[in-house]
Design a protein around this ligand. Structure first.
Ligand SMILES: [Zn+2]
Length: 296
């Protein structure tokens, strides 16, 4: 059975915002929702109407990500030490900002969800409630911007990344984590082929699905430099496991561990060219116009 043939002969004519190509293949992806894939660059798209059934991130998902966020903060601090100004875009209830504040960063967040923004404010955090594009924040004022699990939700990623670049100081760093879109599509297909629903249910593609290659290209097109993309470590104990039975949860956890070992081997054997982790982490910098500041 060829899953790509679920929507027979479907070729969509719509310009890809990343590469400009006009042909996309349509097929069924995770949660049996319709996806499109740019024939030239491979970027994945999901139609907006299909997004309505997605809920916002639940608090226990965020708390499950705390060990991951601590590790990401350590990586940020290996490059850029506090004190400094750090902005988290899509900050939710501010869990990452609290971690960063406790380490000495001067933090601020942008959050479009009203309840999450209120929870973050109740923790004493400075939060702009609304979309990034409408947020009135001083340009060239942040040392670090973080974007955890947000880029694939953005309606206009290039425009939003351009805004982030304007908010960063010259030489400032952007760190982001995003789902690896093609890997999630592959997981979903594997789950269907093996009749392992729990495996397929782990797969998610939001508005856009990035691979390491399309992610790198997106960041470079937005004007960032020194882009490095790697497999992300897994966030342990994801809360959507609640929906699974105990046996399914165990099977899903084993599958995730097996996937981690496999992706690590692929990365090593391909000398870093094949990044098949379930999520990707990217780091990049805004060019620094000051003389002598562009050395690696
Ligand atoms: Zn494209």
């Amino acid at each position: 059975m060829n899953d790509d043939a679920e929507i027979p002969g479907s070729i969509i004519r719509a310009a890809c915002w990343l590469c400009g190509a006009e042909d996309r293949d349509a097929f069924l992806g995770p949660r049996a929702r319709r996806l499109e894939r740019c024939r030239r660059c491979g970027l994945l798209f999901r139609s907006v109407g299909d997004l309505c059934g997605d809920s916002s991130i639940e608090p226990d998902v965020v708390s499950a990500r705390l060990p991951l966020h601590r590790a990401l903060l350590r990586e940020i601090e290996a490059q850029s030490r506090p004190p400094g100004r750090l902005l988290d875009v899509g900050c939710g209830a501010g869990d990452f900002l609290v971690l960063a504040r406790d380490r000495g960063w001067e933090v601020e967040g942008v959050e479009s969800g009203g309840r999450a923004a209120d929870r973050a404010r109740a923790r004493g955090l400075k939060i702009v409630h609304g979309a990034l594009g409408e947020a009135r924040l001083p340009e060239r004022s942040f040392d670090v911007v973080t974007l955890w699990e947000v880029l694939d939700w953005m309606e206009t990623p290039l425009s939003d990344l351009g805004k982030i670049a304007r908010l960063l100081k010259g030489g400032g760093a952007l760190f982001l984590r995003v789902r690896n879109g093609p890997v999630h599509v592959a997981l979903w297909k594997l789950g269907r082929r093996l009749s392992l629903k729990a495996l397929g249910d782990l797969a998610v593609v939001h508005r856009h699905g990035f691979s390491a290659r399309t992610l790198r290209r997106t960041l470079e097109r937005a004007g960032f430099e020194r882009v490095r993309v790697s497999n992300s470590r897994l966030a342990p104990g994801a809360a959507y496991y609640r929906r699974l039975s105990r046996a399914s949860r165990t099977a899903a956890e084993l599958a995730r561990l097996g996937w981690t070992v496999l992706t690590g081997a692929l990365r090593v054997l391909s000398a870093g060219r094949i990044l098949a982790g379930a999520s990707l982490v990217a780091r990049c910098r805004k060019p620094d116009p000051r003389p002598g500041r562009d050395a690696p």
